[in-house]
Design a protein around this ligand. Structure first.
Ligand code: SAM
Length: 331
């Protein structure tokens, strides 16, 4: 479900559908549009089909290596790989032994924490297991997931510098729903909207007349954030910047919101994102006010840690300079 706060949703959709029909008629009579550079560089093949084949291969790799029932581990492994922006790292990653993977993963999350502590905090179920010393069987299964993801082409999709290219599919969505047990999925109603449908909805709601600064996009049943992806891509297609939008989304399921938080980084939704786990029916704002307070506290904590580290670094340099001065001084 997606709610664009300042719209009369149904009136707006009807009007836009009428406008689109008119525009289609005009376009049929006009020459073909010029293909932009961005379009020419678009991903070859179907990104969504690739996301599904990554999910299938990772799921079978995880279970055939007896990884166990903790979904956060295979999901978190793939999520960690989606945070890498250098496709050439794939060859090096394939050389790592299972026991070397946790340290590498910790470093990836630490780097992200410096820029997006709020989203890394929301993604906790995808990386908390790394600190819990996974056993050798789990680590072998994690290695199988790394190899399978790379061989199936995950980094071709997600390691792009350009957010437009790496936002062409939600790789975590089919993996999240695929790993979930059938009855659990039914109980949760966890059937994500197909990207073709969410793309269409976004194109109907957002056009070149859309006034973006000050706009809030609110998703009270977020899943892994597929609606946000469609909205962000449509904004980019219309020459608008997703960074100008406030993105507020929650889901009752912690793994879903964790995936959406990682996706918000991968899809580069910008600085004004709040994603939290909460029941939308439990309070009028679905927990938004509390989530914003928590987010501010997390960012404040990051700022204090960075300030402290900078202070210690400067103090260490001053002491080193002082030592060198004393070494040079006559006794
Ligand atoms: C059908 S999925 C839709 C996900 C996403 N909006 C999409 O279109 O792909 C429904 C989602 O709503 C979440 N959900 C169900 N009840 C909820 C509640 N009371 N508050 C927040 N989220 C809820 C589920 O966990 C699930 O992820």
């Amino acid at each position: 479900m997606i709610v664009v706060v300042q719209y009369d949703l149904f009136g707006e959709v009807k009007q836009k559908l009428e406008k689109r029909a008119e525009a289609r008629e005009t376009a049929a009579a006009s020459p073909k549009p010029v293909v932009t550079r961005r379009r020419q560089r678009a991903f070859l093949g179907s990104p969504d089909a690739l996301a599904h084949s990554i999910a299938e291969n990772v799921t079978s790799g995880w279970f055939s290596h007896h990884g166990g029932g903790r979904m956060g581990i295979p999901l978190g492994t793939v999520a960690t790989l989606t945070l890498l922006r250098e496709p050439l790292i794939a060859d090096w990653l394939l050389t790592l032994e299972p026991a070397q993977l946790p340290q590498f993963f910790k470093e990836v999350w630490a780097v992200q924490w410096l820029s997006r502590p709020d989203l890394v905090e929301a993604a906790r179920p995808l990386h908390d297991w790394i600190e819990e010393e996974p056993d050798e069987y789990q680590l072998r299964a994690v290695q199988a997931v790394v190899h399978t993801s790379i061989h199936t082409g995950l980094l071709d999709l997600t390691a792009h510098d350009d957010p437009y290219h790496r936002s062409q599919a939600d790789v975590l969505s089919p993996l999240l729903t695929g790993l979930r047990h059938k009855s659990d999925k039914k109980h949760r109603g966890e059937y994500h909207t197909p990207p073709s449908a969410s793309d269409l909805m976004a194109r109907v709601l957002i056009d070149s007349d859309t006034h973006v600064p000050g706009m809030t996009i609110r998703e009270p049943a977020l899943g892994s954030g597929g609606m946000f992806r469609s909205a962000a891509q449509t904004l980019r297609d219309r020459g608008l910047n997703p960074h100008d939008v406030r993105w507020f989304g929650n889901d009752i399921d912690r793994l879903s919101t964790a995936c959406a938080a990682v996706n918000a980084i991968v899809w580069d939704l910008g600085p004004k994102v709040a994603i939290w786990c909460g029941n939308s029916l439990a309070s009028p704002d679905g927990g938004l006010a509390k989530a914003l307070t928590h987010r501010a506290a997390v960012i404040h904590h990051r700022n204090s840690v960075v300030e402290q580290a900078q202070f210690e670094h400067k103090a260490r340099r001053m002491l080193d300079a002082f030592d060198r001065l004393l070494e040079g001084a006559p006794a």
